[in-house]
Design a protein around this ligand. Structure first.
Ligand code: ACM
Ligand code: ZN
Length: 555
């Protein structure tokens, strides 16, 4: 598949995975973690094993680029050597995934000596001309409260912690360059000024790559929208990967030359080994093709047919490839008091079946209608076999379906939920916040006005919000419902302060029922206050919280 670089992410909050002779505790302590059930998980590659991997790759024309993360994502290292943090620790290797506020101290010269010694051993092992130093998701909270880091900012004439991050990266880059090597970092290294010869790996979209290329820096493009193969098929299916164009829009030919490649990222720490084949294949086939040809040469149908043939090869190789897409794309439109439901097969050669409220099974052939609140189950078959998992959804009939929605704040482009109307379309998001139904707001309140053509009698509003604190998504601090008959004077009808602890773990949503004595209303306004900043106990303390909303039901 002509993948010619292995970018090997060797250090994380949850584990240090490379043996370093000068610092044995990095692996003795940093590569093991105590899971919530009390078991121990971990391991690392010895230098001998790493040499074997590099040699194996090299025989196949594949370069191996190591990534040693700094200044963030370094809790495993700090668990072993807490003296290189701002607070001195102690720390434990993290068990949850996420972003953590304990990072290397930028005010401490011994931190740099420590990192340079590690890099020396890494350079000994890896012949690659590049070294990846991470640089992503490094909260500034500790630096803001650290006397040494603040002194560094003052001594160096910097203005803030972003410039301190830039200082950190540039100091490391100077060291890397002095050893004849080149630095790669995630797109956050653009913040506060880019190190001179750095190559940027754009992951939070294409903007980082575009900015790098426009300022004469090389860039690698691997945005979460197309290139994160740890994400599910509902976010990134085969066709979506095939639509990836690694050259960001708006670059001149000369600037485009700075785009030196793309990557598909398989973050394995939370993907059991036996699921990795199915996440990587067949999506990597699409990635391979779009990294090696031009947009004018792309034809999804022709590619799709070749993929079907390619499966025979993958079978021979024992690759346990996964699905191309979710089995069924569900769409419903509410008009004239009914839901018109269209089911689209995720890919060719699938038959779709459905069932309403667990009664008779139908084979789907065209759009059908239902009225009222119903449970719909749908699944696909390919030949005689079921393809993927069944799709289940509750479709809610309620008054809000006929309302016009206005007054929304700006929701994030990656979490539109399907647009303004998705918040009153009868469908509520699932326990997967990336399912395309949740609407996400970063650091902002949710406000919306539902306007009706005629006066309605209403006595309750039901809303749902999501919480997943490791992804900075919190319940609102307060929900208020107002009604109006003229769109001018609004009356506060009900308020609710969710009682769910911000510390409550896991990914879940909660339904909030706001009831009031029946009133007449032509306008209903719902306001939900964003939780604010991630609190001090939170790994990403001080960062803007997300608010995720779906389905405002009106009765
Ligand atoms: C990243 O996914 N944090 C680079
Ligand atoms: Zn510090």
């Amino acid at each position: 598949h002509k993948m010619n670089v292995l970018h090997w992410h060797l250090t994380e909050d949850q584990g240090w995975r490379i043996e370093i002779n000068q610092y044995p505790k990095l692996t003795e302590v940093g590569s093991w973690r105590t899971e919530k059930d009390g078991s121990t998980y971990g391991g690392f590659y010895t230098q001998e094993q790493i040499k074997e991997v590099i040699a194996y790759a090299s025989q196949r024309g594949i370069a191996v680029i190591p990534e040693i993360e700094l200044p963030g994502h370094s809790v495993a290292a700090l668990a072993a050597y807490p003296q290189y943090s701002c607070t001195g620790g102690p720390f434990e290797v993290e068990t949850d995934w996420g972003v953590f506020k304990d990072v290397y101290c930028a005010g401490n010269d011994s931190t740099f000596a420590f990192l340079e010694n590690i890099l020396d051993e890494v350079f000994e092992l890896f012949p690659s001309e590049y070294i990846h130093i991470g640089g992503d998701e490094s909260p500034k909270f500790r630096w803001e409260h650290c006397a040494k880091c603040q002194k560094r900012i003052a001594d160096e004439g910097h203005h803030d912690e972003h410039e301190l991050q830039s200082y950190f990266i540039q100091r490391i880059e100077n060291y890397i360059n002095s050893k004849g090597k080149k630095l790669i970092g995630w797109d956050e290294i653009l913040e506060g000024g880019l190190a001179q010869g750095a190559t940027v790996q754009s992951w939070r979209g294409f903007e980082g790559a575009a900015e790098a290329a426009k300022t004469g820096h090389d860039a690698i493009v691997s945005p979460t929208s197309h290139a994160y193969f740890d994400y599910g098929l509902e976010a990134t299916d085969l066709e979506k990967v095939y639509s990836f164009n690694p050259i960001p829009e708006g670059l001149t030919d000369l600037e485009s030359k700075h785009i030196i490649g793309g990557e598909c990222n398989m973050w394995t720490e939370r993907a059991p080994q036996n699921t990795i084949d199915s996440k990587v294949f067949p999506r990597i086939l699409a990635m391979s093709e779009v990294l090696w040809n031009y947009p004018t040469e792309r034809n999804y149908d022709a590619f799709y047919d070749r993929v079907q043939n390619h499966y025979k090869r993958l079978d021979q190789l024992g690759v346990d490839y996964g699905l191309e897409t979710i089995p069924v794309h569900f769409n419903s439109e509410h008009t004239d008091g009914e839901f018109k439901i269209t089911l689209k097969p995720g890919t060719k050669d699938l038959d779709i079946h459905y069932q309403i409220n667990e009664s008779q099974v139908f084979q789907y052939d065209s759009t059908f209608s239902v009225t009222g609140t119903n449970h719909i189950k749908s699944w696909a078959t390919k030949g005689l076999k079921t393809y993927g998992e069944a799709f289940n959804i509750d479709l809610y009939q309620h008054k809000g379906l006929d309302a016009t929605i206005s007054g929304l704040n700006e929701y994030y482009e990656g979490y539109t939920g399907g647009g303004d109307n998705c918040i009153a379309d009868g469908l509520r998001g699932t326990t997967n916040f990336r399912d395309g139904r949740w609407q996400g707001y970063s650091g902002q309140n949710f406000t919306s006005t539902l306007s009706f053509e005629t006066i309605q009698k209403v006595d309750s509003v039901i809303t749902s919000f999501f919480q997943y604190n490791l992804s900075w998504i919190f319940m609102p601090s307060k929900i208020t419902v107002y009604t109006s008959v003229d769109g001018l004077s609004y009356f506060n009808r009900a308020e609710l302060e969710p009682q769910i602890s911000a510390k409550a773990e896991g990914e879940f949503f909660e339904e909030f029922v706001l009831t009031f004595p029946e009133v007449e209303a032509k306008y209903i306004k719902i306001k939900a206050e964003n939780y604010g900043k991630c609190p001090d106990w939170h790994p990403a303390a001080g960062s803007d919280a997300w608010l995720f909303v779906d389905e405002i039901r009106v009765y």
